[in-house]
Design a protein around this ligand. Structure first.
Ligand SMILES: *Cc1c(COP(=O)(O)O)cnc(C)c1O
Length: 230
């Protein structure tokens, strides 16, 4: 086994164990492998070990990998901030976007999604812990944005995503993730039919799964420490 395949199976075991402890079926949580800063060779290695969904933060870097690996049936998720001048690249190359945090970006993605592709799957990024400089819509504005995004023709609204600050311990992490899962339930109670709660990374996936995450985004625990900051 290669290092990536070994670490990938360790992460899968962590997910399974966390699901078991939470009384949730293991299939309730999807693993998104975050390959930012790593090359197409690393993605290929994880793909060979059975991983099919990959997350990328930097649009230009991602487009190069997506192009190089286009013969592989990989599902590509954009999990980085999106500037208006990058929406066309995102709409043309990715399957999912987790970081929709304002209407303008959603409208551009919908308008620019090529007609020969299925609708772009999107999550609304929510700033659950209220970091002043963070991306994400404040929870109070999430419903209005979600309802508008849900009506855009070339997008399919799947859920919400959050990136809370690292918490000091498991309980503190759960408390913040719980705010996201409460919001997720509220939105569904309003009729939105969301199925994706994207939260949890290498350090806190157990707390996220205990709190209802349906998709964890894991980078360093699979690919190793990143040299380039991210
Ligand atoms: C980098 C990144 C991850 C993965 O972080 P790790 O700590 O390496 O698992 C997950 N989500 C987002 C939005 C990221 O930018």
């Amino acid at each position: 086994m290669t290092k990536i395949s070994t670490q990938l199976s360790a992460v899968r075991q962590r997910i399974q164990a966390a699901c078991l402890r939470a009384g949730r079926p293991a299939e309730a949580v999807t693993l998104l492998a975050v390959s930012k800063t790593f090359g197409a060779d690393a993605v290929q290695e994880a793909f060979a070990a059975g991983q099919t969904a990959f997350g990328e933060n930097y649009i230009q870097e991602a487009v190069e990998k997506i192009t190089a690996l286009r013969q592989l049936p990989i599902e590509w998720h954009c999990i980085g901030p999106i500037q208006s001048n990058k929406t066309r690249l995102v709409a043309g190359h990715f399957d999912w976007v987790h970081t929709v945090d304002r209407l303008k970006i959603a409208e551009r993605l919908s308008e620019q999604r090529p007609a020969d592709l299925v609708p772009l799957q999107v999550c609304i990024q929510v700033n659950v812990d209220g970091g002043p400089k963070k991306s994400g819509v404040v929870p109070a504005d999430a419903l209005a944005l979600a309802q508008t995004v849900a009506r855009l023709r070339r997008l399919r609204l799947r859920g919400i995503m959050c990136i809370p600050e690292p918490a000091p311990d498991f309980e503190a992490a759960c408390a913040v993730f719980k705010m996201a899962s409460d919001l997720f339930e509220d939105l569904n109670a309003q009729g939105l039919a969301l199925d994706t709660l994207s939260m949890g990374m290498s350090a806190d996936l157990e707390a996220a799964i205990a709190s209802g995450s349906t998709m964890v985004r894991v980078g360093s625990a699979i690919f190793g420490a990143r040299i380039r900051p991210a």
